[in-house]
Design a protein around this ligand. Structure first.
Ligand SMILES: *[C@@H]1O[C@H](CO)[C@@H](O)[C@H](O)[C@H]1NC(C)=O
Ligand SMILES: *[C@@H]1O[C@H](CO)[C@@H](O)[C@H](O)[C@H]1NC(C)=O
Ligand SMILES: *[C@@H]1O[C@H](CO)[C@@H](O)[C@H](O)[C@H]1NC(C)=O
Ligand SMILES: *[C@@H]1O[C@H](CO)[C@@H](O)[C@H](O)[C@H]1NC(C)=O
Ligand SMILES: *[C@@H]1O[C@H](CO)[C@@H](O)[C@H](O)[C@H]1NC(C)=O
Ligand SMILES: CC(=O)N[C@H]1CO[C@H](CO)[C@@H](O)[C@@H]1O
Length: 460
């Protein structure tokens, strides 16, 4: 994933989308919700060519990085789960299988070594976790979905760092630009996977590691209570012992922790651990209270970059993950989250759909900005479409039974030693794909050490 700065990037051209053909969403009609979701999914799927002969399953064309393809398949797994439309399951399974990696089975394919951060790996791992929780049938001739998530967990738990008192570094390999950075999303993704493994398997080791990573983030001040709720920042650098926090706030950081926290709370009930249950109820409350800054006028917004027009390709997809994890939070901790989250989903989803233009009635292109009073930037892409897809399908949470566990019908096979538990050594890079992917490294080199601009107003 690229360095999460808004410093680069020019103001987007202001182009008004015609409202003709805008998607009309009736949030009280299941048919309408499913129709809009299917249009947006179809538009997004069109961009993906990995299933074509000669193409590589699990890659999106430029400018999308590998991780976003994993995120997209995570969205499509939920799409199938919420709507019952299974037309994308085959390409999903084909892609996940192709990207599980060569040396160790944990989504670390050699072709991606140059830009493989813990967060990149984890977005594929979280898709595998969703597949297990949603009961997507395990592959017949491959590792189980649960084992793939356990493989990601096992490789990452070994990477607990000895700088800044612990945590995960952003990059997996020291030779990659940005290794010294410790970003909140990498640690948040680990927390999310560990908490969901605790819930799925009931194995307390996962819960203990989840809490250890969360506690380290708090100690390091990657997030803190401000104005009554949690504010999540971007990360810190081990070169100054994590003294200076990069203060930009993104929707996906609070989202990834919210879902992990509700998984912890939910698992503590099955584990009969009252202390743990009380603790996570308090954390969930602080998370919910921290959401306000991302919902001016009640509609979700990527506040750090939307207005100033600097959201990059990665950042244009972040609202997808907050939407996804708000849905997950309702499914797993309804009594604590429903009232607040449901109001936000109900208000954001129709606003989001209105920004999608459908010329053909079967597929749609969506704009980044959901607020009706925002000037559109006229660009569309996988991230924009995925964000709308996730907020629209979250309207179906009340009909969904919620993620299964081993005790409640889960069928994905557990393999506690998946992934080998070792960090694979640097591998021979494929020269062709390395050249194609070098852009991310160059951008990172430019941005690291540069002044972070853009979202300064969030901290002053
Ligand atoms: C998915 O693959 C199976 C087995 O190859 C095939 O029977 C089915 O028609 C495919 N479904 C779709 C929607 O392509
Ligand atoms: C790695 O790249 C090669 C060459 O493009 C391709 O054939 C192969 O399928 C890729 N492997 C993965 C796991 O993406
Ligand atoms: C309950 O959870 C807490 C952490 O939240 C842990 O320290 C404690 O050991 C757990 N108790 C049991 C009986 O597992
Ligand atoms: C825990 O999560 C499951 C879904 O995974 C849900 O059915 C159950 O109601 C949740 N428990 C509580 C107390 O909300
Ligand atoms: C629980 O998870 C830990 C960590 O992966 C593993 O070492 C242990 O074997 C697991 N225990 C069981 C009973 O599966
Ligand atoms: C973008 C997408 O995922 N679906 C539509 C949304 O945007 C692209 C443009 O990048 C369209 O071509 C897609 O059809």
């Amino acid at each position: 994933m690229k360095f999460a700065s808004t410093a680069l990037g020019a103001l987007g051209a202001s182009v008004l989308l015609s409202s003709a053909g805008a998607l009309d969403l009736d949030i009280n009609s299941e048919d309408s919700i499913k129709k809009v979701a299917s249009q947006v999914a179809a538009g997004m799927r069109k961009v993906y060519t990995g299933d074509k002969p000669g193409d590589v399953p699990g890659n999106l064309p430029d400018p999308y990085y590998w991780w976003e393809c994993g995120a997209m398949f995570g969205a499509l797994i939920d799409y199938w789960y919420y709507t019952g439309d299974d037309q994308y399951n085959n390409i999903t399974i084909q892609a996940m299988k192709h990207q599980i990696g060569e040396e160790i089975i944990a989504f670390m394919p050699q072709n991606q070594t140059k830009t493989l951060g813990n967060d990149d790996q984890a977005f594929w791992g979280m898709a595998a976790m969703s597949a297990a929780e949603n009961k997507l049938p395990d592959m017949k001739d491959g590792p189980s979905w649960l084992a793939l998530a356990q493989g990601v967990y096992n490789t990452q738990v070994e990477r607990w760092s000895n700088t800044c008192g612990g945590g995960l570094n952003w990059q997996i390999f020291k030779f990659n630009q940005g290794f010294t950075y410790k970003n909140t999303i990498s640690n948040g993704c680990f927390f999310n996977i560990a908490a969901r493994l605790y819930k799925y398997t009931g194995n307390v080791t996962y819960g203990v590691e989840a809490e250890k990573h969360w506690d380290w983030e708090v100690k390091t001040k990657l997030f803190e209570v401000k104005d009554g709720g949690y504010h999540f920042y971007d990360g810190a650098d081990e070169r100054d012992n994590c003294q200076k926090i990069e203060p930009i706030q993104w929707t996906y950081n609070i989202g990834v922790h919210l879902a992990g926290a509700t998984a912890m709370w939910n698992a503590s009930i099955a584990a009969n651990n009252q202390t743990q249950k009380d603790r996570w109820a308090k954390e969930i409350d602080l998370l919910i209270k921290g959401l306000d800054i991302f919902f001016p006028d009640g509609i979700m917004k990527e506040v750090a970059c939307e207005d100033i027009g600097t959201c990059n390709t990665d950042q244009r997809s972040f609202k997808a993950y907050l939407s996804r994890w708000m849905g997950y939070a309702i499914l797993t901790a309804r009594e604590l989250t429903f009232k607040d989250l449901w109001a936000r989903i109900q208000k954001s989803a129709p606003a989001a759909a209105k920004n999608c233009v459908s010329a053909t009635d079967t597929e749609a292109n969506c704009d980044l900005k959901w607020n009706p009073s925002a000037t559109k930037d006229g660009k569309t892409g996988v991230g924009e479409n995925m964000s709308v897809l996730e907020i629209v399908q979250a309207l179906l949470v009340n009909k969904a039974p919620g993620p299964v566990t081993q005790q409640t019908g889960g069928t994905s096979k557990s393999d506690p030693s998946a992934g080998g538990g070792i960090m694979s050594p640097p591998v021979v890079l494929n020269p062709v794909t390395t050249a194609g992917r070098a852009g991310a490294g160059i951008l990172t080199a430019l941005v690291l050490g540069a002044t972070i601009g853009g979202a300064w107003w969030l901290v002053t």
